[in-house]
Design a protein around this ligand. Structure first.
Ligand SMILES: CC(C)(COP(=O)(O)OP(=O)(O)OC[C@H]1O[C@@H](n2cnc3c(N)ncnc32)[C@H](O)[C@@H]1O)[C@@H](O)C(=O)NCCC(=O)NCCS
Ligand SMILES: Nc1ncnc2c1ncn2[C@@H]1O[C@H](COP(=O)(O)OP(=O)(O)OP(=O)(O)O)[C@@H](O)[C@H]1O
Length: 199
């Protein structure tokens, strides 16, 4: 029997960092950001809906979606963000469920579903346990600004479009505090996997 874990957190809290640690131990990761990217490729139904709603201005010369431009729009306009969510999320949900089925059929022992908006999009029914990657607000802001070369304002717009990380703490089964070093994060991860009897 597979244990299906939802890995979540906030933007730049360290989900990918933890996912990479888990991957290096040989476990399967299903990544909602990857599926969301595939869902909006040229020729996909969501692509056409996005262009119809947001206009050709959000396309690059090669007709792919200009993600930086679309991000700039939706993280500064709640209504437009909800609209984009309503176009993309049903497809992402379907893709995630398909990937989960594939992994279950392969007989995997541990299946990690990396879903940034697990709570916001009410997807907790897809998983058995929730593992939260937590950082304090200041660390989140600093790491996001550094990683994406965002101004403070750009970073805050993205952070504020999500449920505050501290509100996700009481809803989670296990929490990794990622304010410290990667080594400290890996030690916490190992202990959780031991507690859950998958390592
Ligand atoms: C707006 C888009 C084009 C920006 O693309 P970009 O390459 O800059 O960012 P990327 O997709 O890697 O997302 C980075 C992070 O932003 C956060 N984020 C993305 N979309 C949203 C959203 N709709 N609401 C809140 N936070 C979001 C997540 O924490 C995510 O991990 C893209 O994020 C998108 O299509 N979003 C809608 C789909 C979605 O909700 N994806 C998130 C997981 S399903
Ligand atoms: N413990 C740590 N110490 C120092 N830097 C870290 C640590 N954990 C993560 N980082 C850095 O912080 C940034 C955010 O981490 P990461 O990309 O793993 O977050 P994420 O939650 O997957 O983000 P997103 O959902 O926005 O893609 C990255 O630049 C990463 O290298």
């Amino acid at each position: 029997m597979a244990l299906i874990v939802g890995l979540t957190g906030g933007i730049a809290s360290g989900k990918s960092t933890v996912a990479n640690l888990i991957r290096s131990k040989g476990y399967t990761i299903i990544d909602a950001d990857v599926e969301a990217r595939l869902a909006v490729e040229r020729g996909e139904p969501a692509y056409n809906e996005i262009v119809a709603f947001f206009g050709k201005e959000i396309l690059l010369d090669d007709q792919q979606i200009n993600r930086a431009k679309l991000g700039e729009i939706i993280f500064n306009d709640e209504e437009k963000r909800q609209k984009l969510n309503s176009i993309v999320h049903p497809d992402v949900r379907r893709r995630m469920l398909n990937k989960r089925e594939e992994a279950i059929h392969k007989g995997e022992k541990l299946i990690i579903m990396d879903i940034p908006l697990l709570f916001e999009s009410k997807l907790t029914g897809m998983v058995e346990k929730v593992l939260l990657v937590y950082v304090d607000e200041q660390t989140q802001l600093q790491r996001l600004m550094e990683r994406n070369q965002f101004t403070e304002e750009e970073a805050l717009a993205r952070i504020r479009s999500q449920m505050p990380l501290k509100d996700k703490v009481p809803l989670s089964d296990a929490i990794i505090n990622n304010n410290g070093s990667i080594e400290e994060t890996e030690a916490q991860l190992n202990q959780i996997l031991i507690d859950w009897k998958v390592m």
